[in-house]
Write a protein of this length. Structure first.
Length: 87
């Protein structure tokens, strides 16, 4: 599923570099549970509405312009991250 693809991209360090542009990617209704901190994730402009994100700590990450409308963040934190014009 889409959460597994995100994990794979992160584990291959492809989300850190911004090499892969996921702007506009449809992550609607994706449920994701993290077991570790996610550092330098670049998910600017993604559409991640009506999802659930659990136990994630996003550090130095870029979510500028992302659409998180209706998404629930449970036990999550964002530190040193960018959320400009994020819904």
């Amino acid at each position: 599923d889409k959460a597994d693809v995100l994990r794979f991209l992160y584990e291959q360090n492809l989300l850190e570099t911004g090499e892969i542009n996921l702007s506009g990617a449809d992550l609607r209704q994706v449920e994701m549970t993290c077991g570790t901190d996610l550092q330098r994730v670049h998910l600017s402009g993604v559409i991640w509405s009506n999802g659930i994100v659990r136990n994630c700590r996003f550090g130095s990450s870029n979510f500028n312009g992302a659409d998180f409308s209706g998404t629930r963040f449970v036990n999550c934190s964002f530190y040193s991250s960018w959320l400009l014009e994020t819904n």
